[in-house]
Design a protein around this ligand. Structure first.
Ligand SMILES: N[C@@H](CCC(=O)N[C@@H](CS)C(=O)NCC(=O)O)C(=O)O
Length: 199
């Protein structure tokens, strides 16, 4: 399998970390959707990352669909989604918040770094800021770190990975949001995850 995309993308990173957690061997081609457009178009004409080329030569797009494919393919001991319905539902809930926060964080970064200043869209930026603050506050209320240091089970699962990569993206790209709106509990969780060998 080959993963295509840059690790500064939270979506690419969640797939890369999950591939390792699921014990897959894979190649990684670090192509940027902005700086390597011509090479990217050859791999994926839709110019989206992550893209995953399967061993059968099928190109999968969208981190959640890629992870669903990998979860079905992996040895079930390495699955990152619980078979227990209560844990699974909690996990999907937390991943939903994490992915929405990823979307909003990427959109805000684009507003500040890609949109021409004369086209700056203040109402949209205000809306995204409100969504980021609401999502981070909700996440803080909903996250319970267990004695093993994880959120769903006694080992790392997809919710842990998705929340951790989202927090790191915000820390690196939107430091004022991170400093002002990410709770102490979430910062401690992020540091703990980032210090593990998978990350
Ligand atoms: N929902 C998608 C989002 C992926 C995404 O937006 N990736 C960005 C890079 S961080 C991208 O491909 N941007 C280029 C574009 O949207 O045209 C996923 O989970 O994979």
């Amino acid at each position: 399998m080959k993963l295509i995309g840059m690790l500064d993308s939270p979506y690419v990173r969640r797939v890369a970390i999950s591939l390792k957690a699921m014990n897959f061997s894979f190649e990684h081609e670090e192509l940027s959707v902005f700086n390597d457009i011509e090479k990217m178009k050859v791999v994926n004409p839709l110019m989206k990352a992550p893209s995953l080329m399967t061993d059968e030569g099928i190109l999968l797009i969208d981190s959640t669909l890629i992870l669903e494919y990998l979860d079905r393919k992996c040895n079930e001991n390495y699955s990152l989604l619980s078979k227990n319905m209560e844990q699974f539902t909690k996990s999907q809930y937390l991943i939903g918040i994490a992915l929405t926060l990823c979307d909003k964080a990427v959109q805000l970064f684009m507003e500040y770094n890609r949109r021409p200043p004369e086209k700056f869209y203040q109402e949209w930026v205000d809306r995204i800021n409100e969504q980021l603050q609401a999502g981070l506050s909700l996440l803080d209320q909903q996250v319970i770190i267990n004695d093993a240091g994880y959120l769903i089970d006694n080992r790392i699962m997809q919710a842990d990975i998705s929340i951790a990569v989202m927090l790191k993206y915000i820390e690196k790209k939107l430091s004022s949001i991170y400093n002002n709106y990410v709770s102490k509990k979430l910062k401690v969780f992020s540091s703990a995850m980032e210090s593990t060998s998978l990350f």
